[in-house]
Ligand binder design. Sequence first.
Ligand SMILES: O=C(O)CCC(=O)C(=O)O
Ligand SMILES: [Fe+2]
Length: 394
Amino acid sequence: MPADGAADRRNDSPSSPLPATPVLTGNGNANGIGSLPMNSNFRLRLNPRQDHQPESYEDLQSEFTPILFSSLERYLPPNLLNVPRETKHRYMREVLRRYSTEGERNRVQKHREYRLKITSSYQPLYRDLYKLNATDFFTPSFLNAFMAIDRNRDESIKSIMSEPAPGIYTFNMLQPRFCEMLIAEVENFEKWILETKFRIMRPNTMNKFGAVLDDFGMDAMLEKLTEDFVRHIAKIFFADVGGFSLDSHHGFVVEYGFNRDIELGFHVDDSEVTLNVCLGKQFSGGELYFRGVRCDQHMNTEALPEEIFDYSHVPGHAIIHRGRHRHGARATTAGQRINLLLWCRSSVFRELRKYQKGFVNWCGECQREKRERIRQAVTVKRMELFRGQGEAAS
Ligand SMILES: O=C(O)CCC(=O)C(=O)O
Ligand SMILES: [Fe+2]
């Protein structure tokens, strides 16, 4: 597909979890202690009670993940903060049910069952990969950058990053041994699929190969990677797309080369921020091409010359960009290329976007239109002023 062809919105990945901290309106008026009042309108506070210590809901069964209840608890109406845990659980469950459609809940439930089927019989090759072990996974330069405290940390993270084009950052991230082990783990998983004839879901409709790491047990490790590392980077470089509030991810590997996918068409990711790390092996081709960041409205507009950028993958090295940064991957012409992808999302950013109108500062075309409007307004004003002066002089 030509680089300037229509970009494809990739929204076919498994549904993301519900927002961890939904911001709903009102102060709530439920007064139930023990049982919930039938006429409760199931509202939450607008702002969380920071001094309230939420309970753990790990042992309570429901269609929603327990962590969601702990996150939501601070938003409960004041009179519900200290009622029995089961009452709070029922109240929040009702809020969440109203928030997500039945179809959505069924999809999440089906996906959970699918994952359970895999994890209950797949035997990992390297169990060490399933828990984030920073010293074994990361290069010393990457790890050291995160060791610095508070404000120095931002500076040291910036110091290991290159910005070869606006909004695109690259850095050395993964140790060769970790890359080898992850590739071997994916191959082991694929062997298991062939042997068991299990039908797996590919990362998305554009890939015929590759695997979703979250589906065979790596979700907790990748969640920690998102929370402890990617979110810090995103907070510094991608605050305009909610980088500081990334709260879910879709983690997968893509595989290119002989008997695998060849290339990847021009698209945007279903993410606010995407981390893409090359794991190996040896290959030729497979360059990423970028063509500027766009909002929904301007998805198919031309790229400006300064937005054209090509990047060649290097094993162990990461590239991080906004999901809305239009891109594609050229054909891998020899060897095999395997990359780790982490599409990171912010439920808060997505919710807020619904209310935002007008130009967005992260879309290249919105910014171009804005500059053009200002230029025209200045031209009109200047002509008015000069006309006035001319008339006064005559
Ligand atoms: O192959 C690559 O490196 C790019 C992959 C990608 O953009 C994606 O899977 O969203
Ligand atoms: Fe992508």
